[in-house]
Design a protein around this ligand. Structure first.
Ligand SMILES: [Zn+2]
Length: 160
């Protein structure tokens, strides 16, 4: 029996099809960046991809990461988010087509939230003269790490 292809296999195949159609070479760099994107499984910055490749002793320039991400965007494999003013983040396109994010406005951390209740809110959602393809919902607030850090700061300043 043939092994079932994983999402990462399908993504790599989609990317190599895209490159072939655009008459671009599927270099080791492009392939390594694509598989790192598949592995991360959460919103990421270009720096995170670069760092993971560095850690794996695979040296690429930041410009290559940027250029490959532009190709992955154009190929519809990743999406670009600007959750907060400061940092651009990317994410492997969601094949379940439903995304809920909790964005910390203090440290720019983005966490994907799995919540059936939220998703069910939108099942019957209709917008006149518009076909919904997918939705994405962002909650802005403070993550527990930042909350803890701020609490510690308050305690320390009281004790001084
Ligand atoms: Zn935070």
């Amino acid at each position: 029996m043939e092994p079932t292809p994983t999402n990462a296999d399908l993504t790599q195949a989609a990317f190599s099809d895209y490159l072939k159609n655009k008459k671009l070479r599927n270099t080791a760099e492009r392939s390594a960046i694509c598989s790192t994107v598949c592995r991360i499984n959460k919103p990421f910055t270009l720096d995170m991809i670069w760092q993971q490749l560095e850690d794996a002793k695979f040296h690429v320039s930041r410009a290559s990461v940027y250029n490959t991400m532009e190709l992955l965007l154009d190929a519809n494999i990743v999406v670009r988010h600007k959750f907060t003013g400061a940092i651009v983040q990317y994410e492997l396109k969601n094949f379940d087509d439903q995304s809920i994010y909790a964005v910390c406005t203090h440290c720019d951390t983005v966490r994907k939230v799995k919540n059936e209740k939220f998703n069910n809110l939108f099942t019957d959602c209709k917008i006149p003269k518009f076909t919904i393809e997918h939705h994405s919902l962002h909650f802005y607030g403070m993550c527990s790490k930042c909350k803890f850090r701020i609490m510690q700061k308050k305690i320390n300043s009281k004790n001084q």
